[in-house]
Design a protein around this ligand. Sequence first.
Ligand SMILES: Nc1ncnc2c1ncn2[C@@H]1O[C@H](COP(=O)(O)OP(=O)(O)OP(=O)(O)O)[C@@H](O)[C@H]1O
Ligand SMILES: [Mg+2]
Length: 232
Amino acid sequence: MTDTNTAVLEVRNLSKSFQSGTDEVVALNDVSFSLQRGEVLVVTGPSGSGKSSLLHAMSGLEPCDSGSVLVDGTDVATLKPTLAAAFRRRELGFVFQFFNLIATLTAVENVAMPLILDGVKAKEADERAAEMLNAVGLSDQRDRYGAQLSGGQMQRVAVARALVGTPSLVLADEPTGSLDRATGVEINALLHETATRYGAALVIVTHDVALALPGDHVFAMRDGQIEERGVA
Ligand SMILES: Nc1ncnc2c1ncn2[C@@H]1O[C@H](COP(=O)(O)OP(=O)(O)OP(=O)(O)O)[C@@H](O)[C@H]1O
Ligand SMILES: [Mg+2]
């Protein structure tokens, strides 16, 4: 968050508005920051403050009105669609509130999916996925289907899937929002630990300020702006 030369994520003067009838809703208002590998940023703020908009902008999935997002020096908005998909698979990992596992695939197949899409051979993808499942403490569940797993187990699979391609940046939107308190605490710790161990920067957007662990950078958002910056 200090030296932009080594930043894995650079957000510069990002602004985005939506038209709602005759009203203009400002989702992001001149947001700037940077983040390095191994750093964690927790973005909190009330509903509608712009957290998800910020996350979508960082993934390059939604164009902004002005400003830029650089991931490892690449401006995500300027990539051609075919390159953008490959870039996201290699550079970004995603963790969602509702896990977003593919129900017809087993745990290990879900984790292997980003590698398979990226052209990694089936045997190697299976080995790397199995290793990641091991890293999230789920090696005994590798051949179970999504519906046979608990919420906490599903989110462990999702964390493994997010990290299997060794991305430089992991983006998580309410990663504990569908879990009970104790499981949420466990998954939050796992997400922190796994992202750090694999050398990624991690951004978590959430209502729950308790997801910020000691040393994390914390932003409070309001009306599309970073209202406060601090360290947990
Ligand atoms: N596709 C859209 N069309 C119109 N307005 C939108 C759209 N997406 C977001 N907004 C508006 O932009 C603002 C920021 O929304 P955003 O989803 O980023 O908030 P949030 O902080 O993630 O909220 P929550 O905590 O409820 O998930 C809100 O006023 C929202 O209504
Ligand atoms: Mg949101």
